[in-house]
Design a binder for this molecule. Structure first.
Ligand SMILES: *Cc1c(COP(=O)(O)O)cnc(C)c1O
Length: 420
């Protein structure tokens, strides 16, 4: 059944190893394998499926678009689909939030958006150096990898990863050191050996790096620090954006305005590849074609992306639901974590999980959950965190069901590590 994957597909494959079955159909919060077995999907395409699988209000316009004979591929030429998407993005997302950003379509992945952000920050400032954070994840291409923390992923680069310095993320020292003590000091000390950075790149919640959530005050301090030291602030909202934390952008709660924002994963709303890099208009000093690409803004993704904006961001219904669902999930996880010594609930919004003291527990929980029909991934440098990222549209009964399965999976996992 898995022959062709195991014999033909590269060893680099990863998620399929956690969930060894062959998937076939999907609807809403469920994905079904070819045997017809349903799995409650609390992974949601790593955040690419914030509105669930195959949402009918997105699928309908997509099918209509394809059947109408409208253009599918058009490089970055003007199309009606692109115009509609841009107008809705301006009217429903940027203007109501008072954000004056230019919109760039880089290649269709998060890493592309990060590469564009880094390139632009370096071009604008004429500086090479970028500050990143411990346990950051920004993508697998060389520029993005240079600002990523994970040593295994960095090891794959094969060349030195340079022009970036990692500094402690919020609460790295468990509150023992004042925020930004080190960074502020080295930036003002001409003998520190740290070159003046072009930019600081940050995730408000570290989706891959262990679900560390930065406090709003820390983000505001960071915004101030960047302004004072004339560094551009890049928020990588690829995973935490598009409503994951309740607001469209994850930095809204902190009330900050980044200079550059990276968006991808759920921006098409349907799991179609698409990415945006947003920046203040003054920063838009690109030469035409200077960051080019064949798939920068794919029309089917514009169609579903526009439908998602209209369906979910014309009012605040979804945002309010996310707050209620976050509360439900947090309560459920807290009950589970309280039973396990040293376990801790982490994250923000519907990007939340449990960190275990014993590093092996989370992976066992993930496989036990799979056996019971629930997809959950792990996060963190030692894969020590069970990460829950249900679709924002998951209803309360299904959330409860997921919590119950997780509860059983944790019981089994903790019991079996105790035996081993
Ligand atoms: C997933 C992710 C990326 C990379 O996106 P790809 O589409 O996989 O290239 C970058 N930053 C963050 C925060 C991500 O979660």
């Amino acid at each position: 059944m898995l022959d062709v994957f195991e014999n033909l597909e590269s060893e680099v494959r990863s998620y399929c190893r956690s969930w060894p079955t062959v998937f076939d159909r999907a609807e809403g919060s469920f994905i079904y394998d070819e045997e017809g077995r349903g799995y409650l999907d609390f992974f949601a395409g790593a955040g690419a499926l914030n509105y669930g699988h195959n949402h009918p209000d997105l699928r309908r316009p997509l099918i209509e678009y394809l059947e109408s004979g409208a253009v599918v591929h058009s490089l970055d030429m003007h199309t009606k689909a692109k115009r509609t998407f841009l107008e809705l993005f301006r009217d429903l997302i940027l203007e109501p939030r008072g954000l004056e950003y230019r919109v760039q379509f880089p290649g269709p992945t998060g890493a592309n958006s990060v590469e564009a952000a880094l390139k632009l920050a370096r071009k604008v400032t004429g500086r090479e150096h970028v500050i990143s954070f411990t346990n950051a994840f920004h993508g697998m291409t060389l520029g993005a990898l240079a600002v990523t923390g994970n040593s295994m992923k960095r090891g794959g680069a094969g060349v030195p990863l340079s022009h970036a310095t990692p500094v402690p993320y919020d609460d790295y020292f468990d509150g023992e050191t004042a925020d930004f003590l080190w960074l502020e000091r080295v930036l003002t000390d001409s003998g520190s050996g740290i070159e003046h950075p072009a930019a600081v790149i940050v995730e408000t919640v570290q989706g891959e790096g262990g679900l560390n959530a930065a406090r709003a005050t820390w983000l505001r301090e960071l915004r101030d620090l960047c302004t004072r030291h004339e560094m551009l602030l890049i928020v990588d909202d690829v995973q935490a954006g598009c409503g994951r934390t309740g607001t469209f952008f994850s930095f809204e709660e902190a009330g900050i305005v980044p200079d550059i924002v990276c968006l991808s994963k759920s921006v098409s709303g349907y799991g179609l590849p698409m990415a945006l890099t947003l920046f203040r208009p003054e920063l838009d000093i690109w030469e035409p074609g200077e960051h080019n690409g064949t798939f920068r803004g794919h029309n089917p993704a514009f169609v579903t992306g526009a439908a998602a904006l209209e369906r979910f961001w014309s009012d605040d219904v979804l945002s309010k639901e996310v707050i209620v669902k976050t509360q439900q999930l947090t309560e459920g996880l807290t009950v589970i974590a309280d039973r396990c010594a040293g376990a801790q609930v982490r994250g923000r919004g519907l990007l939340i999980g449990i960190a275990f003291d014993d590093y092996s527990v989370a992976s066992t929980v993930s496989s036990e959950a799979f056996e019971r029909g629930l997809l959950v991934e792990t996060s963190g440098p030692e894969s020590e965190v069970v990460k829950l990222m249900p679709a924002l549209t998951t209803d309360s009964d299904d959330l409860q069901r997921g919590i119950e399965i997780l509860d059983e999976a944790v019981d089994t996992a903790v019991a079996c590590t105790a035996v081993a």
